[in-house]
Design a protein around this ligand. Structure first.
Ligand code: AHG
Ligand code: MN
Ligand code: MN
Length: 320
C-alpha cells in the first residue's frame, strides 16, 4: 500500500497528511541528489560555511534545508525551523501546523557512503505565537519521523497510532508500506555509544557500559555486542528492526555538558517513534517527551531503545 493511501485510511487529519506527503516528496528529491553523481552541487564538497552554532555546514545540509522549506511553503504549515537556521521561518499564513527538522542527519558520513537521513517533528501551533509554539514539549508532537538514505530509502513514521515503516519504490517514486506495527524487542544485548569519549563520561554511563562489557561474567550476566554508525537515523533504524540501546549522554566537554544531540529535531521525534514502538527514551532522569524546551537548538542527553535496558540505565543514573 502506498503512503498516500495508508494516510487517507488511517489518519483523519488531512492537513497532517499533506505535510507528511510533502516531506516524502522532499526526501525523495534529497535521495536523488545523494545518489546521482552528476549533480550541479558537489555533495562531497568541503564547506565554506558554519551554522550559527559553529557546526560546519556541508552543501548537502544547506540544499536539504532549502528543499524541505520549499515543500513546507506548499503545505498547510505556518512555521518552519531547522538545524541549519538560527531562528524559525514565519510562513505568514494562518495554518495550524509547524515543522522542525534536522534536514540532513549524519553529515560526517556523506563522504564515506554510509547511511544518512532527514528527521522531522510536526506540532500544532495551538494558537500560540510562533516563538512560543516552537518551544512546546515533545509530548505535544502530532507526528514525527525520519527518512534513511541508505541501501534502501526508508521512512519511519508515527502520528500517534504506533510506528510504521515505508520503503521507497524508486521506479514509481512512491513510498510503500513495509511494516505497519513496529515492536522493539524489550530486551537486548547490543549497545551503541561512541566509546572514544569514555574519559568524559559521567559515573552512570561509565558503570553501565563497564557492566555491559563484563558480559557473562559481570553483573548483567550476558555478553553484549557494540555498534556505532555515527548517523542517529542509521543507529535508530537498526534498533527499530532488532532492538538495542543507544546512548549519547552528557559529558565533561564544555560543548556537551547538556549532551550533543538536539532536543527538538533529534531527541523529541526519536522519542515519540520509540514510545509508539514500545521502547523508551530518556535523558537519564526524565522521559525525553516531558523535558521543557527553552531554545529551539537546545541539546539533550539521549538514551533510547529496548525498554528493559533503558530502564536499567535509568536505575544506574538515579542511584549513582
Ligand atoms: P548532524 O549530522 O545532524 O549534526 O548529526 C550528527 C549526530 C548524529 O547523527 C550522530 O548520532 C552523532 O552526531 C555522532 O556524533 P559523534 O561524531 O560524536 O560520534
Ligand atoms: Mn543530526
Ligand atoms: Mn543535521
Amino acid at each position: 500500500m502506498y503512503l498516500s493511501e495508508y494516510l487517507s485510511k488511517n489518519c483523519e487529519d488531512t492537513s497532517l497528511n499533506k505535510v507528511i506527503i510533502n516531506l516524502s516528496i522532499a526526501a525523495n528529491k534529497i535521495s536523488k541528489v545523494i545518489r546521482n553523481l552528476n549533480n550541479d552541487i558537489n555533495i562531497k564538497g568541503v564547506s565554506k560555511t558554519k551554522n550559527f552554532d559553529g557546526d560546519i555546514q556541508k552543501p548537502l545540509d544547506i540544499l536539504s534545508d532549502e528543499m524541505l522549506m520549499e515543500l513546507m511553503r506548499n503545505a498547510p504549515v505556518s512555521g518552519y525551523a531547522s538545524e541549519e537556521q538560527e531562528g524559525f521561518v514565519d510562513l505568514k499564513n494562518d495554518h495550524d501546523l509547524i515543522v522542525i527538522a534536522d534536514p540532513l542527519d549524519g553529515s560526517s558520513n556523506i563522504d564515506v557512503n554510509v547511511s544518512i537521513g532527514t528527521i522531522f517533528s510536526i506540532m500544532s501551533q495551538n494558537n500560540l505565537p510562533l516563538e512560543h509554539a516552537f518551544l512546546q514539549k515533545g509530548s505535544k508532537q502530532k507526528a514525527a519521523g525520519f527518512f534513511v538514505y541508505g541501501p534502501q530509502i526508508t521512512l519511519f513514521l508515527t502520528f500517534g497510532k504506533g510506528t510504521i515503516a515505508f520503503g521507497l519504490d524508486e521506479n514509481k517514486s512512491e513510498f510503500i508500506l513495509i511494516n505497519d506495527k513496529i515492536k522493539i524487542p524489550k530486551s537486548t544485548s547490543e549497545f551503541a555509544i561512541n566509546a572514544s569519549y569514555s574519559r568524559f563520561w559521567d559515573k552512570a554511563t561509565s558503570n553501565y557500559i563497564k557492566d555491559c562489557q563484563e558480559g557473562k561474567d559481570g553483573p548483567k550476566g550476558k555478553d553484549f555486542g557494540m555498534r556505532w554508525v555515527g548517523s542517529l537515523v542509521a543507529d535508530a533504524s537498526r534498533i527499530f528492526n532488532r532492538g538495542g540501546i543507544f546512548l549519547y549522554p552528557s559529558d565533561k566537554r564544555l560543548k556537551n555538558k547538556q549532551g550533543r544531540l538536539r532536543l527538538t529535531y533529534e531527541a523529541n521525534p526519536l522519542a515519540m517513534l520509540i514510545k509508539e514502538a514500545g521502547g523508551k527514551a530518556t535523558n537519564g532522569i526524565k522521559d525525553i517527551l516531558d523535558v521543557e524546551v527553552e531554545d529551539i537548538h537546545q541539546r539533550s542527553p539521549l538514551i533510547f531503545g529496548s525498554s528493559e535496558e533503558v530502564e536499567e540505565f535509568i536505575y544506574y543514573s538515579k542511584n549513582l
